[in-house]
Design a protein around this ligand. Structure first.
Ligand SMILES: Nc1ncnc2c1ncn2[C@@H]1O[C@H](COP(=O)(O)OP(=O)(O)OP(=O)(O)O)[C@@H](O)[C@H]1O
Length: 311
């Protein structure tokens, strides 16, 4: 099988009702066996892109080759090779977790004993044991997403696409899901991830594309993208809840408000010392502060010059 999973060229998708294209000239190469991340704010066009990659949506123009096959001429290729967990998950309302996971495994060609064993492992790891008698229609959103993730991962399809797999999940289980995603790539599957959870995804992704307004802003490994602003240091501050006087923050012209009591300053290395000196007289207004190196979310913020990704 080709070392290139997807070759996407000049892809445009315009919805009839929209003024601007949801995907506006996307060209990308996704390699076999990598975990590839699509990051970007709401409305950037990420879901539109992955639905086309899964053969569920027809591009307006451009080409998509999957393992060398022209997906537009032969959309069936995608149904044979791709497992997609869409953002708005749908699972048959009357089914129960074990049944839907195991049956999917069998439909993907696993021998019955293997499908059963694999389903048991997902049930165990994803903490579904106490919910096996519940039908999909009464499962909570987070549990439904976990079942959908198991359904997508079971059977190790050559292409696995997950659109926001860790939404609605608590931190402990998110870690389990990220581990399973990495394991899936180790077996040779190519994994494409749409996520807002930039900080956690950074550990999982081999390569990243940052999108905005239907276009690609940047592409590379997390390390390559970070190298662009690696000189910068983050000074994160949490103000005390009872502090009304935040005027001391005005001494820092580029301070960003991250929401609630959280503030962020991105500093050049030679600015750190004086910033701390400016901050010291106001420590009584701070609940916490820390100095760390930049992360992937900062790169997104720097590149887009705008909204911070909701975490
Ligand atoms: N079926 C549709 N008809 C018309 N416009 C649509 C349709 N689906 C998406 N859009 C528009 O296309 C643009 C891209 O949407 P898309 O869902 O692909 O973005 P996204 O990056 O996945 O966003 P989010 O992170 O919020 O899921 C948005 O402006 C959206 O309103």
């Amino acid at each position: 099988m080709s070392e290139i999973a997807y070759e996407i060229r000049d892809l445009v998708k315009s919805y009839p009702s929209a003024k601007t294209p949801a995907n506006d000239g996307i060209s990308l190469t996704i390699r076999r066996g990598e975990v590839f991340g699509l990051l970007g704010p709401n409305g950037a066009g990420k879901s539109t892109l992955v639905r086309q990659l899964a053969g569920m949506l027809k591009p307006t123009s451009g080409t998509i080759h999957l393992f060398g096959h022209d997906l537009l001429k032969d959309p069936q290729t995608a149904s044979n090779w791709v497992a997609l967990q869409p953002q708005n998950i749908w699972l048959p309302a009357q089914t129960k977790p074990r049944e839907v996971i195991e049956t999917t495994g069998r439909l993907r060609g696993l021998p019955p004993a293997d499908a059963k064993r694999e389903a048991e492992r997902f049930i165990e790891e994803f903490g579904l044991k106490d919910h096996l008698e519940k039908k999909m229609q009464i499962l909570s959103g987070g549990l439904r997403r976990l079942v959908a993730t198991a359904v997508t991962l079971i059977g190790n399809r050559p292409i696995v696409i997950l659109d926001e797999p860790t939404n609605d999940l608590d931190p402990e289980i998110r870690r389990v899901v990220w581990n399973r995603i990495r394991e899936t790539a180790r077996t040779g599957s190519t994994v494409i991830l749409v996520t807002h959870n930039v900080v956690e995804a950074e550990q999982t992704l081999d390569r990243v594309t940052i999108m905005r307004s239907g276009r690609i802003l940047a592409e590379g490994t997390p390390a390559e993208l970070k190298a662009r602003i690696s000189r910068q240091i983050r000074l994160e501050m949490v103000t005390r809840p009872d502090t009304d006087n935040l005027s001391f923050l005005q001494a820092f012209p580029n301070v960003q408000h991250l929401g609630q009591q959280r503030f962020l300053l991105l500093l050049e290395q030679d600015q750190v010392e004086s910033a701390i000196a400016d901050l010291l007289p106001h420590l009584q207004n701070l609940e916490d502060f820390r100095i760390v190196t930049s992360n992937l979310e900062d790169i997104y913020f720097e590149l887009s010059g705008g909204d911070r990704i909701a975490g």
